[in-house]
Ligand binder design. Structure first.
Ligand SMILES: Cc1cc2nc3c(=O)[nH]c(=O)nc-3n(C[C@H](O)[C@H](O)[C@H](O)COP(=O)(O)O)c2cc1C
Length: 305
């Protein structure tokens, strides 16, 4: 059975053995397993989002459970770019799984600086741009605005030959023009989506649970919303779409692929059971044999035909 996926790039295509990634912020830096071979079954790993300078993240509480999902307001806690390069990157060359480093920055120039720096680091397969973070100049999240989002991709495109995944927020009225803008600016894949804005109230304290009041909703609760975004964007997209939202089973992944995704990422599912990605891959293979599918990519967009 062929589960492979190619992410095209300007001058170096990336071949993945299968289309199942771990999502940013839910699998650390891919360095937590003492035995690197434990991860070789994964299609790819996306690291926790890294910023130029270290961040401590938001005050506790920054996690709340909700029906069929969870809210988080971690606030991009990370050790900063140089610490990631010196402490985490050396083990990426031992892991036989492609590593996409997720980055967030305060403006387009900072994104470009980070991407260029990472392009010289061994073991980095590609860059995922976390465009769901605020642009300091105006406070808006980059991917709520086609112009802001595409400026970032354009600047990053100029400084790196590595494949660029543009990860978008679902918290917009219409995601299509934003997806088109980042694609036209040179993104090699679109990751749909980050978390949905949400909140939860503690009725005993009569206060919001999260210290930041609002957080990002993830898990099965968001799956239909993200699936709709994937379905809509797939009508126009010329680059692979990576679906991310509530995927826990092979059936969930197949739904995303039939809607038009070429690959999937698993986030909250890793917290429920760290074996979720392995299970998803196995269940995809079972589906393929039950339906006589030799090449998984043949089903991409199948529900749209
Ligand atoms: C605890 C937690 C931390 C996250 N941190 C990041 C992050 O650093 N960067 C990012 O792009 N997305 C982050 N995400 C979002 C996930 O990568 C993913 O887009 C989202 O959770 C939807 O997928 P899921 O429903 O499978 O969790 C985080 C999600 C969770 C639950």
């Amino acid at each position: 059975m062929d589960l492979s996926l190619t992410i095209p790039s300007s001058n170096q295509h990336v071949e993945l053995a299968n289309p199942v990634f771990t999502a940013s912020g839910t699998f650390g830096f891919g360095t937590d397993h003492s035995d690197a071979t434990e991860m070789t079954y994964l299609g790819a790993i996306v690291t926790k989002t890294t910023t130029l300078n270290p961040r401590f993240g938001n005050p506790q509480p920054r996690i709340a459970e909700t029906s069929s999902g969870m809210l988080n307001s971690i606030g991009l806690q990370n050790p900063g770019l140089e610490a990631v390069i010196s402490d985490k990157a050396p083990s990426w060359t031992d892991i036989e799984v492609p590593i996409f480093v997720s980055i967030a920055a305060e403006d387009a120039a900072e994104f470009a600086y980070m991407a260029e720096r990472l392009s010289t680091v061994a073991g980095v397969t590609g860059i995922e741009l976390n465009l769901s973070c605020p642009n300091v100049a105006g406070g808006l999240d980059f991917s709520t605005d086609p112009k802001l989002a595409s400026q970032v991709v354009e600047k990053v495109r100029k400084v790196t030959p590595l494949p660029i995944i543009a990860k978008l927020t679902p918290n917009v009225t219409n995601i299509i023009p934003i997806a088109q803008a980042v694609e036209n600016a040179g993104a090699n894949a679109l990751a749909l989506t980050n978390t949905l804005l949400g909140t939860a109230i503690d009725i005993e304290r009569q206060k919001p649970i999260l210290s930041t009041i609002f957080g990002g909703l993830s898990g099965p609760a968001i799956k239909p919303v993200v699936l709709a975004a994937v379905y809509k964007v797939a009508e126009f997209a010329r680059v692979p779409i990576i679906g991310i939202g509530g995927i826990r089973t092979g059936a969930d992944a197949i739904e995303f692929m039939l809607a038009g995704a070429a690959a999937v990422q698993i986030g909250t599912g890793n917290f429920l059971d760290p074996e979720t990605p392995r299970k998803v891959i196995q269940e995809i293979q079972e589906y393929m044999s039950q339906h006589n599918i030799n090449k998984l990519s043949d089903i991409i967009g199948g529900a749209r035909r």
